[in-house]
Design a protein around this ligand. Structure first.
Ligand SMILES: [Zn+2]
Length: 289
């Protein structure tokens, strides 16, 4: 027996012993992975889509398309951002939006002006409006009638452009006041979401639960805390039946945020299949009630 044969003889029994169970465990893991891949979903969304942020939206679409089909990306459209960037039927941007809808993207109505122009009664509402959103919580302070009118106007404009029903309504900064919640049902939107869930406004049925992962880019402190939050939320999303990630135009100006987005999405794609929000209506996943 030469040295090579001795080495093989020493290794072989161990290999054989290990290979049986490892193979079995591997097969079981694979089977679990297969089930997880078919059951678990990843919902990716781009916020604040509109002519104001066209190039940032392009960058975000390109970036997320490395991880998931572009036609699965949800687009949250602002009809007239800050009253300064109207989405106009017949414009070049409108043609692009229709193309994205034709390619499969869910198109959501995302506020109307995005900016919060209401006066808030009550300390909590004022705090929420000014601290949580930098004044972007447009639907926090609107009464039912005003909220319903803006929702209907935004929906009409967007549906005329895309030629198909809006996937739903998502309030700027995910903030809904009482009036907005009532107006959602009045407008018969198919879906809505906030930080913690996706639901059907008509029936109140919750289709998915769990936090949405997002980043804030407007100050160094916000950037730092959102990078930390992304790390902390990673394992939570990994365990969720439906993992949601939302990105914003401002993210494109911060390389650390872009890297964090890539990491977060890449960590989920092995176990969570990219899906559309609309898929939840057909087959709600985990935690639905
Ligand atoms: Zn927004």
């Amino acid at each position: 027996m030469n040295q090579g044969q001795v080495a093989r003889a020493r290794l072989d029994p161990g290999d054989r012993d290990a290979s049986g169970p490892r193979h079995g465990a591997g097969a079981r893991l694979f089977a679990r992975g297969e089930r997880a891949l078919s059951d678990r979903r990843l919902l990716l969304s781009i916020h604040d889509v509109g002519p104001r942020f066209e190039s940032a939206v392009d960058q975000l679409r390109d970036r997320l398309s490395r991880h998931a089909p572009a036609g699965k990306l949800a687009l949250l459209v602002v009809p007239n951002h800050w009253g300064e960037a109207p989405l106009l039927a017949g414009s070049a941007f409108a043609t692009r939006l229709r193309g994205w809808a034709d390619a499969g993207s869910d198109i959501f109505v995302h506020g109307f002006f995005h900016r919060d122009t209401a006066r808030h009664r009550g300390l909590l509402s004022r705090l929420k409006a000014s601290h949580m959103t930098a004044g972007e919580g447009e639907f926090l302070g609107l009464d039912r009638e005003a909220a319903a009118a803006r929702m209907a106007d935004g929906r009409q404009l967007i549906e005329d452009i895309t030629g198909r029903p809006a996937a739903g309504f998502i309030a700027p900064a995910w903030l809904y006041g009482k009036g907005a919640l009532a107006a959602l049902a009045d407008n018969r939107f198919a879906l809505a979401e906030d930080h913690w869930k996706v639901w059907q406004p008509g029936s109140g049925r919750v289709l998915a639960r769990g936090p949405v992962l997002t980043w804030a880019s407007r100050s160094p402190a916000r950037i730092a805390s959102s990078l930390l939050a992304a790390r902390a939320l990673g394992p939570v999303l990994h365990r969720s039946a439906v993992a949601r990630i939302g990105v914003h135009p401002g993210d494109t100006g911060v390389p650390e945020i872009l890297a964090s987005i890539d990491r977060a999405v890449a960590a989920l794609t092995p176990t969570h299949r990219a899906a559309r929000y609309g898929d939840l209506v057909q087959a709600p996943v985990g935690g639905a009630a």
